[in-house]
Design a binder for this molecule. Structure first.
Ligand code: 13P
Ligand code: SF4
Length: 333
């Protein structure tokens, strides 16, 4: 998450002390607020089902960034995590961007503190820096290209083969890309706490119990897990695969929030969440799940907490995002 302290959380403003009337129909109230404020609700697939159901658009990180870029709404209500809302603000300086819970961070983003990353980058001045969108605005400002899981391969392949590359912050996605592209990118040692928790042993047992099921996995997973997958892709990629593939059942190796859209799109198919390494619900992202329908309603009502950043930082962070969007458009992504 960004280092900049923004003293405007719902807690700091005291809004959370005002209990939301339990008889309120939050779905109807949110629809009313959308019209009143000309607001759009953008949600990631890992949000709780109620939030997905009130969203105007649900997508992966690339889709959400593209929607944030093209919307004509005055207020973007970002039901996702901080780096996603920050990306929306970088693309829309004149729009109000609110996040239901400002503490909705990301372990991957936290794994790249800007000062350490700058020192690492300075040690390799000949390297081009490709950074996964799951990072702070400060890290984006230190990058040459941003990528997401759905365009990372194309972004890396757009850089001349002889150019050395630093890839950050996800070492698992980086290793996967090295394998796919034959590059030898220098990898920052970061990872997603949710995608690292899946158990290879339990996944093998699950495959034995469901031999007909296809295993689909997100590239933030570790290599031994990816080696068991029939299909690897971004959240949108995984969802589309379940819609178009002939298999009737799928073992889903990513955050469980995505199952809501999979089940909605293919109600006759079976979706089995891959098990984490222990008995916890660690295949749920604790950051994504900080957002609730109540907080979404409150942040729309009060227009807080809002994403704010210095203009100089925004401009530096925008450059590599623009490059990503331009390359993605070139390939119809
Ligand atoms: P995508 O939805 O872009 O695949 O990213 C997954 C993720 O972990 C977002 O935090
Ligand atoms: Fe970050 Fe992982 Fe949560 Fe995505 S699922 S927001 S990468 S911690």
């Amino acid at each position: 998450m960004s280092d900049i302290h923004i003293p405007n959380t719902l807690e700091e403003k005291g809004y959370l002390d005002i209990p939301v009337d339990p008889t309120l129909d939050l779905f109807a109230e949110i629809e009313k607020l959308k019209k009143e404020k000309n607001a759009i609700v953008l949600a990631h697939y890992y949000q709780e089902p109620d939030i997905q159901d009130v969203a105007d658009y649900i997508g992966d990180s690339l889709g959400l960034a593209q929607k944030a870029q093209s919307t004509e709404a005055d207020m973007i209500v970002f039901a996702g995590v901080h780096f996603m809302a920050e990306t929306a603000k970088i693309l829309n300086p004149s729009k109000k961007v609110v996040l239901p819970d400002l503490k909705a961070g990301c372990s991957l983003s936290d794994s790249a503190p800007p000062a350490l990353f700058k020192a690492f980058k300075d040690k390799h001045p000949d390297h081009v820096v490709v950074t996964y969108i799951n990072c702070s605005a400060e890290i984006k400002a230190l990058s040459d290209y941003i990528c997401t899981s759905s365009n990372a391969q194309k972004i890396v392949e757009s850089i001349p083969e002889e150019t050395p590359i630093i890839f950050a912050p996800d070492k698992n996605l980086g290793a996967y890309l090295n394998k796919k592209t034959g590059r030898n990118m220098l990898l920052w040692n970061g990872a997603c706490m949710v995608h690292e928790i899946f158990s290879v042993e339990k996944l093998k047992q699950l495959k034995l119990r469901h031999p007909e099921a296809k295993v689909i996995a997100h590239p933030e997973c570790e290599e031994p897990v990816l080696a068991l997958a029939d299909f690897i892709g971004s959240t949108t990629g995984l969802l589309k695969f379940t819609q178009t593939d002939s298999a009737e059942s799928f073992i889903v190796v990513t955050e469980t929030g995505i199952l809501h859209q999979m089940e909605k799109a293919s109600p006759h198919k079976t979706f089995i969440p891959a098990p984490p390494d222990n008995a916890c619900a660690c295949n749920e992202c604790p950051y994504m799940k900080l957002n609730t329908l109540e907080k979404l309603y409150l942040c729309m009502k009060y227009g807080q907490p809002e994403i704010i950043m210095p203009e100089s930082l925004r401009l530096r962070a925008k450059l590599p995002i623009d490059r990503m969007l331009e390359i993605s458009a070139r390939y119809g992504l």
